[in-house]
Every structure is written in structure tokens, then in C-alpha cells.
Design a protein around this ligand. Structure first.
Ligand code: 8YV
Length: 328
């Protein structure tokens, strides 16, 4: 690092306490009005920054990185997913990349569980009915949903968040099934009596609820493709709190509209902030604005992690949350 106080450019507004601490430690450029940066603004940022703090809304691709000044040595991303950063180009340019894993696990698992409950039990539909003023009172066959207890939950991606979802889901009487690149150690499986499926296709065809909890990588892009969505039973519900790109959103929308899938709970979308307009018209979906980890506690913890990653790096140590390690 060339300067005593490196220039840290933060692309979005962070909690006050985090911004205040960043200002104490570094020379900082903040985003006062919190507008998402355009591609030109990102280029401008990498031209000046010693450290860039982006979020999921910033596409740090090879075109942007081509403009990086030689002192840009660290991208300390605010978030766990790093699919918005071209990691191969960053590695080539010897830019270390860090993220903020672990601190949003429980919050994201809570939101996943909320959707697992909300869709089969028609929570959002019931709420809309109340606000419409059209509720005529209780009826034995009105607003019937589907029981959660005793159903099979298939978790795609049994990392930290997937496992936290499994722990919650056990409490609601769901049987836990999972597909993961690698099978988990027996003692972890035992905690939630989880059944491993090496074949995703086979798991999909047998589940009542699917929860997507894997990261978006080139290998998981459209993992739930049209072909795989065809394997789901018509009474199956799909919940996604990971990344929209993991599911073929157009195919999912078609199947939901045709009632070939019972419903979906989506916190993430393939082309955020755009949402397939046909999804907005469907009653059997619950849609949330990418708020899985949106708690003040979580955002502060994420900010603390960003600060620790920058501070250790600037002080010449290995930052704890290295996604790309250029320091070896
Ligand atoms: C964050 C997320 O809010 O951390 C992630 O990967 O998806 C979100 O929960 C967002 O990415 C912050 O950049």
C-alpha cells in the first residue's frame, strides 16, 4: 500500500457506525445518497481506489477491472456472494478479494424458513385478502393451504446457510434431504437426520419443498433448468434465497402459471432489480426484494468484517475472509 491512509471507496451507504469507523481508519469516499453506481462510476472508482468496497449491486467485470489503478490491491466486498466480481480477472491482476461469510447465515436461514412457511400456508394471499376489505369471515374451506409437518424438504447446497435452514426445518417436522457437491460428515447429517442425494435429479423428483441455498457460480447457473423443473411433482414448492441465476426464472414462471409447480417463494431474481412481470401476476408466489440478510445486526456484522479485512490487509497481514488469495 503506497499511502499511509489508503483511499477506500465504498459504493453503497452502510450503517452509520460502520461508516464512522471507516472514516476514522482510512481516507474514505462514501456514497451519501446510496444510488447504485453506474458502470462509468465503477470505472472511476477503480481508477482511484486503493481498496474498493462493493456490494451485490456492482458488476465488477473484466471491463471495469481493466481500468483498475495499480494501487487497487483489495476488493473487500460487503456480502457473502461474490458472483458480481470477475474473480479470474481479479486474480490475474493480483487483486485480493474478500467477502463477509458467516454473519448472515442465521438471518438468511430465518427468511428461508419464513418463505417455506409462507408459500404453502398462503400467508401473503391471506394478508392481501385482509387489506382488500373483501374478507367475509371464516369458512371451513376458505384459504386452505398445505401442511408443513411431515413433508420432505430438499435443500440444494448444504453449506452454512443450508445447514441452518435444515436445523430450523427439523423443528417444523420437515424431513431433511439435501444435494451438495460433497456429502457432509456423518455427525453433521445426524444433527438433522439429513438424507444425502448424490443425484440432484432423483432428489428433485421426490420432494415436496425445494430450497435453493447454493452460491451462484458458473457450475450452478440455471442448476434448476427447465428440464430439472420438469422433474418436480406438481404439488412441490420452490424457495430461493440464494441467487436468481441458479433458477431458470422464465421456465419457473411458466410452470407456476400452468400450476405444474404449486408455488414459489423468491427473495432473489435472475435480473435484479427487474422481476419477470408474469411472476407479479401470480397468486401462488411470495416475492421479496432480496432481503434475506437485511437485519441491522447483520449489516453491522458485515461492515465489521469488511473493516477487519481492510485493516489486516493494509497492515500487511492476510485478511481473514480471502476469496482470492494473492498474498501467499
Ligand atoms: C447481501 C447477499 O445483502 O451477501 C450476500 O451474498 O446475497 C445479501 O444477503 C448482499 O449481497 C450484500 O452485498
Amino acid at each position: 500500500m503506497v499511502r499511509k491512509r489508503p483511499l477506500v471507496i465504498v459504493t453503497r451507504k452502510l450503517p452509520e457506525a460502520i461508516e464512522a469507523r471507516l472514516k476514522e481508519l482510512f481516507e474514505v469516499r462514501l456514497n451519501e445518497d446510496d444510488h447504485p453506481y453506474s458502470a462509468d462510476e465503477l470505472v472511476d472508482a477503480v481508477k482511484r481506489a486503493d481498496v474498493l468496497v462493493p456490494t451485490v449491486t456492482d458488476r465488477i467485470d473484466s471491463k471495469v477491472l481493466a481500468h483498475a489503478n495499480p494501487n487497487l490491491r483489495l476488493i473487500a466486498s460487503f456480502g457473502t456472494g461474490v458472483d458480481h466480481i470477475d474473480l479470474a480477472t481479479a486474480r490475474q491482476r493480483a487483486i485480493t478479494v474478500t467477502n463477509t461469510p458467516g454473519v448472515l447465515t442465521e438471518d438468511t436461514a430465518d427468511m428461508t424458513m419464513a418463505l417455506i412457511l409462507a408459500v404453502p400456508r398462503r400467508l401473503a394471499e391471506g394478508e392481501r385478502l385482509m387489506r382488500s376489505g373483501k374478507w367475509t369471515g371464516w369458512g371451513p374451506t376458505s384459504m386452505l393451504g398445505h401442511r408443513i409437518w411431515g413433508k420432505r424438504l430438499g435443500i440444494i447446497g448444504m453449506g452454512r446457510i443450508g445447514q441452518a435452514v435444515a436445523r430450523r426445518a427439523r423443528g417444523f417436522g420437515l424431513a431433511i434431504h439435501y444435494h451438495n457437491r460433497r456429502r457432509l460428515p456423518e455427525e453433521i447429517e445426524a444433527q438433522t437426520e439429513a438424507t444425502y442425494w448424490e443425484s440432484l435429479d432423483q432428489m428433485l423428483s421426490r420432494m415436496d419443498i425445494i430450497s435453493v441455498n447454493c452460491p451462484h457460480t458458473p457450475a450452478t447457473y440455471h442448476l434448476l433448468s427447465a428440464r430439472r423443473l420438469d422433474l418436480l411433482k406438481p404439488h412441490c414448492f420452490v424457495v430461493n434465497t440464494s441467487r436468481g441465476e441458479v433458477v431458470d426464472e422464465a421456465a419457473l414462471t411458466r410452470k407456476l402459471a400452468a400450476r405444474q409447480i404449486a408455488g414459489a417463494g423468491l427473495d432473489v431474481f435472475e435480473h435484479e432489480p427487474a422481476v419477470n412481470p408474469k411472476l407479479l401476476k401470480l397468486d401462488n408466489v411470495v416475492l421479496l426484494p432480496h432481503m434475506g440478510s437485511a437485519t441491522i445486526e447483520g449489516r453491522i456484522d458485515m461492515g465489521e468484517k469488511v473493516i477487519i479485512n481492510i485493516k489486516t490487509f493494509v497492515d500487511g497481514h492476510k485478511p481473514p475472509d480471502r476469496v482470492i488469495d494473492t498474498m501467499l
